[in-house]
Structures are given as structure tokens and as C-alpha cells.
Design a protein. Structure first.
Length: 103
């Protein structure tokens, strides 16, 4: 019997995760984009888990939030420390309570 992943995924929860930033309600995708996970694994191999350069953090954040949103928030004054807070919170939403969750 053939497994129909299209039908299976269509039945899964597609509820986006809301958050507020710069007075606007924004939404995380319902699940972590696979491209982001692949980038994170590659970067962690290259730099180590806790030593990602800021440029790499921006690349990962763009995979989750979208490059357009990230550019918009940076234009409104988003600081690197704030981006780190936002990114860490987003990862916790996808891996609640997991001490091995990507950071």
C-alpha cells in the first residue's frame, strides 16, 4: 500500500504560532522549515553549537521568519541581542522543554 504523505500532512495541524514584535502580530510557521534545520546542522559542524557568527544567525533567522520580515524588523531597530532572544524563543516553540533544542 502506498503512503500518501500529501494527504497525511494536509490532516496535520497547520496552526501558526503568534507573537508580537514592534506592535505587530506576526506568526511562526506551524513547523520548523527543513531548510533551516539543514543549515543549522551544517553551521554547527563548522562552528560548534555555541559559536555561530552573527552573519550565520541572521541566515538562520531568515529561514524561520522570512528575509523580508527580518529586513523590516532590522529597519525598525532590531538589535542583535534582540534577534537572539527572538530566535531562541522560536526554537523553544518547536522543541518545548528540550534541552538539546538548537540554539
Amino acid at each position: 500500500m502506498m503512503k500518501d504523505f500529501d494527504a497525511f500532512w494536509a490532516e496535520q495541524s497547520q496552526e501558526k504560532i503568534p507573537f508580537k514584535i514592534f506592535g505587530q502580530t506576526e506568526y511562526l510557521p506551524p513547523s520548523l522549515p527543513a531548510v533551516m534545520v539543514l543549515k543549522m546542522v551544517r553551521m554547527q559542524k563548522e562552528y560548534g553549537k555555541d559559536d555561530l557568527p552573527q552573519a550565520e544567525l541572521f541566515e538562520l533567522a531568515a529561514s524561520v521568519f522570512g528575509e523580508g520580515k527580518l529586513d523590516e524588523w532590522c529597519a525598525k531597530g532590531l538589535a542583535v541581542d534582540q534577534l537572539t532572544d527572538l530566535f531562541d524563543w522560536a526554537m523553544e516553540q518547536y522543541n518545548p522543554g528540550n534541552p538539546e533544542a538548537p540554539k
